[in-house]
Design a binder for this molecule. Structure first.
Ligand SMILES: [Mg+2]
Length: 259
């Protein structure tokens, strides 16, 4: 019986799903996209919401810390704005040309014999644009993003009884629980990649296994660290151990064709 159990454990893959953040995880912080995104958020707060320019930078940080995203914070403290308008202002004019096709990451993802799901606080159009710029649009099985967790039939003007519940986003547990339900994810069998320590710390509490991307060392409450998502295979070779023969074959064929 004991032998049977250990045999079963060996046969069963440790992970049945890999969950990925997008921004500063699938591409590096050094791309400059995030810096421009922060600038656009600041401009939105000044130009569209009329917030005093001198208060904006500090407010931007404190809302992000308290409510998960600056947008969620602005909504929670009573600013009334259209989510689509915010997203098109903040993301719609990002310099996406800074992101280039990443065939290394594409090959890594395509060779992984496990389900892959995106889990981002950003809106659908931004996620689609980033994946397309990186050449990864066909590498994921499901996408969980802003619209998935905050469907548009929600009334933006609903009463403010529970501010945090207005916008559902990482790092709050509710976002993870909803994502697990929607995408049918078992956190105990899922490895989550994100660049944000606080997102990873909540993730750990929900049962997910965690990888801190963009970090050279592990920190408290996080299982693994990768300086770049490109180091996945060296740092986590076990992810490829369940590769089925047909996947090995197609990988080999692809290399031969390229040569
Ligand atoms: Mg991120």
């Amino acid at each position: 019986m004991e032998h049977e159990d250990s045999y079963k454990r060996v046969l069963e893959p440790k992970y049945e799903c890999l969950l990925f953040d997008v921004d500063d995880t699938l591409y590096p912080l050094s791309s400059g996209i995030s810096a421009q995104c922060t600038k656009n958020i600041i401009d939105y707060m000044i130009e569209k919401l009329g917030i005093d320019e001198t208060k904006v930078p500090e407010m931007c940080i404190s809302l992000y810390k308290e409510y998960g995203t600056t947008m969620a914070g602005l909504r929670a403290i009573g600013y009334d704005f259209d989510y689509d308008d915010y997203h098109s202002f903040v993301h719609g004019r990002l310099p996406y040309e800074l992101l280039k096709h990443d065939p290394v990451l594409r090959n890594l993802l395509r060779s992984l014999p496990v389900r892959k799901v995106i889990f981002s606080n950003a809106n659908e159009a931004h996620v689609a644009k980033v994946l397309s710029r990186l050449g990864l649009e066909d590498c994921f099985d499901d996408i969980i993003c802003f619209e998935t967790l905050n469907p548009t039939n929600n009334d933006n003007k609903s009463n403010v009884e529970s501010p945090r519940s207005l916008i559902v986003c990482k790092p709050f547990e509710e976002a993870y629980e909803q994502a697990f339900k929607i995408a049918n994810i078992n956190p105990q069998k899922t490895l989550f990649f994100d660049d944000s320590v606080r997102n990873l710390q909540t993730a750990k509490l929900t049962g997910l296994h965690t990888v801190w991307v963009g970090a050279s060392h592990r920190t408290k409450g996080i299982d693994n660290a990768l300086e770049s998502i490109h180091n996945m295979k060296e740092a986590l070779p076990e992810l490829w151990e369940d590769v089925k023969p047909d996947i090995r074959y197609s990988e080999k064929t692809a290399i031969e064709v390229r040569v």
